[in-house]
Design a protein around this ligand. Structure first.
Ligand code: FPP
Length: 224
């Protein structure tokens, strides 16, 4: 969800205002995803590198997550949305962890859109943590080296109960992954949009999906 800061600065507003508008855009895109029958939507809301932003901005992003998970819980229930949050959540303040757990638990039986927020998430750290868990299992002989396959490795990632993404959308004219779902996106189709995230609308989502539908996915094979 890139471009919140530039969206705000372009209008002479504080960067934080861009994140507030970004959260509104996110609500619209979640609603649009429900309407379009999308099964999984994962958004990158806070990276492991974002701690080095100004303290007020970090606090603001924490506030936004806390606020929307509290005020928006009824909407999640009404729309049959199952919430997930992936990231190093034990590094967040305890009350925020509590808010996350409550929202995740309350929506856990919902059967519609799975909406996943990556928060204090980093792809490299995720892979290192998975490797540590696997190394422990090999050391304790719970797992044999020969039994370590891609599927087993993926089961140790934070996304263990999510499918790999079909489509990746990055907004605001930036064309890089920025440490997002590095393992999971090996064969993901990528669409880059010039629109800043606060301006991203249902039509932009449909446009990205239309581009996706025109791609030929080969997964390393040749066209049949
Ligand atoms: C990147 O834009 C965006 C973020 C670091 C934060 C994204 C967060 C939201 C959209 C709000 C999330 C709300 C909830 C409820 C999870 P940037 O700040 O890097 O923009 P810039 O590249 O223009 O500076």
């Amino acid at each position: 969800m890139d471009g919140n800061g530039r969206w705000a600065q372009a209008q002479g507003l504080e960067r934080l205002k861009g994140h507030y508008e970004g959260a509104e855009a996110l609500k619209r895109i979640v609603q649009a995803s429900v309407e379009l029958g999308i099964e999984y939507l994962t958004v990158y809301a806070f990276s492991t590198e974002n701690w080095s932003r100004p303290v007020e901005e970090v606090k603001g992003l924490m506030f936004l997550l806390r606020h929307h998970l509290t005020a928006g819980l009824n909407d999640l229930m009404k729309n049959n949305i199952k919430l997930k949050v992936i990231g190093f959540l034990d590094k967040l303040e305890l009350d925020l962890q509590e808010v996350i757990n409550q929202a995740v638990n309350k929506t856990s039986q919902n059967t519609g859109l799975t909406f996943c927020i990556a928060f204090n998430y980093g792809g490299r750290a995720e892979i290192v943590e998975a490797t540590k868990k696997i190394a422990e299992k090999i050391k304790s002989e719970e797992l044999k080296i020969e039994a370590l396959t891609e599927e087993v490795f993926a089961q140790h990632l934070l996304t263990r109960d999510l499918p790999d993404p079909d489509l990746f959308i990055r907004t605001s004219g930036v064309s890089r992954l920025s440490n997002y779902l590095l393992w999971q996106m090996a064969y993901t189709e990528m669409v880059f949009s010039n629109t800043h995230w606060p301006d991203f609308k249902k039509e932009d989502l449909i446009d990205a999906i239309t581009q996706y539908q025109q791609r030929e996915r080969r997964f390393g094979k040749i066209a049949s």
